[in-house]
Design a protein. Sequence first.
Length: 132
Amino acid sequence: FAALFATAALAEQAAWDQAQVTTIAKDLAAAGEGWEQAVRRQPGMTVGSGSAEEEFGLLQKARVLREQSGALSAEVAAGKGFDKTHDMYRSLKEIVDDTEVQAQRAELDEPTMDAWAKVADAMRRIAPYYAK
């Protein structure tokens, strides 16, 4: 189960490829949208502690993840490269990491876990272009 949540931990740096990064960023934006929708449809949003605050936190992080992945996608699609998008990626990575921690404490149904797997996969694929 934890392996499902493992995102790009130790990616080796890849040479910047604008077309490839644009494609992956579009996939990431779509995955972010799917994740937010899945979290919203999650039955009962039962989080480990039962805290409404944590439930809201996961929904809030899903919204921010969707917004930031969409913004990154738009920027690279507009031709902005590594130097102009690295900070956006780092911010998105922090949200993904925080979401991962919170999601691991939640009792997520299979469709929601599948939606997260798409986010994790896109992050794994894009990480080498932002590795230092």
